[in-house]
Ligand binder design. Structure first.
Ligand code: XUL
Ligand code: CO
Length: 451
């Protein structure tokens, strides 16, 4: 049984004769309005429509990710690839990497994506050695630059994959072996330089293997020191090469390790502050990672703004019935309305955007499905944007909140906050407070009517 399964995992589907572009037959996706029920059209996302001072495109700044859409064959732990991704039949071939590039950019263009994101290993021909991977990355980077220019598509962020290769099984920066740390540093240096060449808006560090499975074999404090040193080296190199993009860490509580060091927003903030990295690193917050940590996506966004570490978003969703990272396309417009309200009230994205870190289900084998998944997710963002703007303009919720806290800006209370009154002085002037309703049902009723 075990043998049969491991054999399955390696097989790619032998489906198709290699064609230049698997999306040839798809027409560019248009906005057709809410009444239209064609699957290959937007109902809500009208890219050039200006609302609240900006086009929808500029508000949402969405990106398509390379790894789920073009590098995943539809394999899972029990079954082989099921999706039509012909270039995956030979991951070591530069020609196949170019064919993948051709199809990927055709997808971005037809969808109207302003941005994309990728790991080094997603775009370059695969190699088992870190030196050859660097050569392959260098070899393809000019072709990527050319495609970006031709199709006017930007790079929201680049990143290095420091988690798939077995050398990283016990951590990349946090590995007990410094040789592994050095390989990771080499990979990040190369990918940071390519991201700079491609004028990326951000550079993401997801600490895939930075964590542990058991403290029986792990020196937690030593590993945190190594991780912080690694990040300091990245900051220094970023400054040296003049990369102006934003460095981002991506919190996730577990999977692949039992405990990931970048557990959630609050944990990462504490880590950044301890090692004095808070001026140089912000966060890329993923919806499914928040829910895996037992927190709501909205909480993580609000917390990031509260601590001034908000950077960008990986948009997707999990499944409430299982606890892992299912990376499904987002489909909750009410949750997204609240998230967009936080973003708008804090001045919108700066370098960040919504990266679709989302993948199809294994049974979604039609070429159309990849478009439909993204269109559905983009429409949810657009619908939420419209709702959030309406809520901000009507000012019902913000006004309620303002009134709820307004006494803190008055008289004695404002002096308490400013640190001008001692505990003894406070104690001299006490009266029983009025008991007031938090009005949750009223606010929920309002939200339901708005979204
Ligand atoms: C893994 C994950 C990654 C990062 C980039 O859960 O989210 O795809 O976004 O390495
Ligand atoms: Co992610």
């Amino acid at each position: 049984m075990e043998k049969a399964l491991s054999k399955h995992k390696r097989i790619q589907p032998k489906i198709i004769v290699m064609s230049k572009n698997i999306f040839d037959h798809i027409q560019p996706i248009k906005f057709l309005g809410r009444e239209n029920n064609q699957p290959l059209a937007f109902n809500w996302y009208d890219a050039n429509k200006v609302i609240h001072g900006k086009t929808m495109r500029d508000h949402l700044r969405f990106a398509v990710c390379y790894w789920h859409s073009f590098n995943w064959s539809g394999n899972d732990i029990f079954g082989e690839g099921a999706l039509n991704r012909p270039w995956l039949n030979d991951p070591k071939s530069h020609d196949y990497a170019l064919q993948k590039l051709e199809s990927a950019f055709s997808f971005f263009e037809k969808l109207g994506a302003p941005f994309f994101c990728f790991h080094d290993v997603d775009i370059a021909a695969y190699s088992h050695t870190v030196k050859e991977l660097a050569e392959n990355l260098k070899k393809i980077s000019d072709s990527v630059a050319k495609k970006m220019e031709e199709n006017r598509i930007g790079l929201l962020w680049g990143t290095a994959n420091l988690f798939s290769h077995p050398r990283y099984m016990a951590g990349a920066a946090t590995n007990p072996d410094p040789e592994v740390f050095k390989c990771a540093a080499f990979q990040v240096k190369n990918m940071l330089e390519v991201t700079h060449q491609l004028q990326g808006e951000n550079y993401v560090l997801w600490g895939g293997r930075e964590g542990y499975d058991t403290l029986l074999n792990t020196n937690l404090k030593q590993e945190l020191n190594q991780y912080a040193r690694f990040l300091s080296l990245v900051i220094e190199h970023k400054e040296k090469i003049g990369f102006k993009g934003q460095l981002l860490l991506e919190p996730k509580p577990h999977e692949p390790t039992k405990h990931q060091y970048d557990r959630d927003v609050a944990t990462v903030v504490a880590f950044l502050e301890k090692y004095d990295l808070q001026d140089d690193i912000k966060l890329n917050i993923e919806a499914n990672h928040a829910t895996m940590a037992g927190l709501s996506f909205e909480h993580e966004i609000a917390n990031a703004f509260a601590f001034d570490v908000f950077g960008s978003i990986d948009i997707n969703r999990g499944d409430p019935q299982n606890g892992w990272d299912t990376d499904q396309f987002n489909n909750d417009h009410q949750e997204m309305t609240m998230v967009l309200k936080h973003i708008l009230l804090n001045g919108g994205f700066k370098n960040g955007g919504f990266n679709f870190d989302a993948k199809l289900r294994r049974q979604s084998v039609d070429i159309d499905d990849l478009f439909i998944g993204h269109i559905g997710g983009i429409d949810i963002l657009a619908r939420a944007l419209i709702n959030a703007i309406k809520m901000i303009e009507e000012n019902f919720i913000e006004n309620f909140k303002h009134n709820r806290y307004k006494k803190w800006s008055q008289d004695e209370a404002s002096k308490i906050l400013a640190g001008e009154i001692t505990l003894e002085e406070i104690s001299k002037n006490i009266s029983e407070p009025e008991i007031k309703s938090g009005k949750q049902e009223l606010l929920e009723k309002y939200l339901n009517n708005c979204s």
